[in-house]
Ligand binder design. Structure first.
Ligand SMILES: Nc1ncnc2c1ncn2[C@@H]1O[C@H](COP(=O)(O)OP(=O)(O)O)[C@@H](O)[C@H]1O
Ligand SMILES: [Mg+2]
Length: 252
């Protein structure tokens, strides 16, 4: 990685505001090609809201966003139509469509690109296998028939079905039992190994963070408190950061 490389994502002084309420101010950071950047912070600090802004799903209240080296003017920027195909998103809670079966859910992104159904379904089967699900066993189940771990894998399959250069994961292990969460993290590590994609990972779970993140950004008090390697960030002298990473060193 050289400093001259174009970052996959760059936030420059971005702010998040809903009506009169400022959630985050002046957030600047980059996601470099090939890295896994962990985004953490106490519940309600604005991690999910920031992700929506970083994906240009919502209008920033200030600053600039670039994706793949292209400056984005806002949610209506016509270039987004093409750039979004290069980004896979696993939303908090999975967000599978309950009326569709698993295969149909995973086939949605290629269908949205007007690929033929057979082709989209074939891509969906590959993605399900990559996410650790047997397409024959799970493809025709409805989301409600899946365990938490399987639903998360199905959501991962949908996020990777187009072979994204940037994979965005919002609390992927939330609500999973520790062994299931661990198995999911292992699957993610293997996936990264195979595809060398760039990952932006929001998580509460220190174990997940420790297993995956090359760098960590910490949100708190309405701003980006610090960003750096796990070693740098966990030693950063700030009460919120200190509280957050208590227990980090005792992890295996
Ligand atoms: N669409 C919205 N409209 C108004 N307020 C919102 C909206 N989305 C999030 N918020 C507020 O922004 C804050 C951060 O929420 P969120 O990003 O979900 O936090 P986190 O993901 O860090 O737990 C919360 O106070 C939440 O109520
Ligand atoms: Mg959230």
């Amino acid at each position: 990685m050289t400093t001259a490389a174009v970052p996959i994502l760059e936030a420059d002084g971005m702010s998040v505001r809903y009506g009169p309420q400022w959630i985050l101010r002046d957030v600047s950071f980059r996601v470099e090609a090939g890295e896994c950047l962990g985004l953490v912070g106490p519940s309600g600090t604005g991690k999910s809201a920031l992700l929506r802004h970083l994906l240009a799903l919502e209008q920033t209240a200030g600053g600039h966003l670039s994706l793949f080296g292209r400056r984005i003017d806002g949610p209506d920027d016509p270039v987004l139509h093409l750039l979004r195909r290069r980004i896979g998103i696993l939303f908090q809670g999975g967000a599978l469509f309950s009326a569709l079966d698993v295969l149909e859910n995973v086939a949605l992104p290629p269908r949205a690109m007007h690929l033929p159904t057979d082709w989209a379904n074939a891509m969906a089967r590959v993605a399900l296998s990559e996410a650790g699900l047997d397409p024959i066993v799970t493809g025709h189940k409805k989301p409600a028939e899946l365990s938490g771990g399987m639903a998360t894998r199905a959501a991962l399959a949908r996020a990777i079905v187009l072979g994204p250069e940037l994979l965005v994961l919002d609390e992927p292990t939330q609500g999973l039992d520790p062994p299931v969460a661990r198995a999911f993290v292992t699957a993610l590590r293997e996936l990264r190994h195979r595809s060398s994609s760039t990952v932006l990972l929001v998580t509460h779970d220190l174990e997940t963070l420790r297993a995956l993140a090359d760098r960590i950004a910490v949100l708190g008090e309405g701003k980006l408190l610090t960003i750096g390697t796990p070693d740098e960030v966990t030693r950063y002298d700030h009460p919120v950061v200190h509280d957050y990473f208590q227990g980090w060193r005792t992890l295996a």
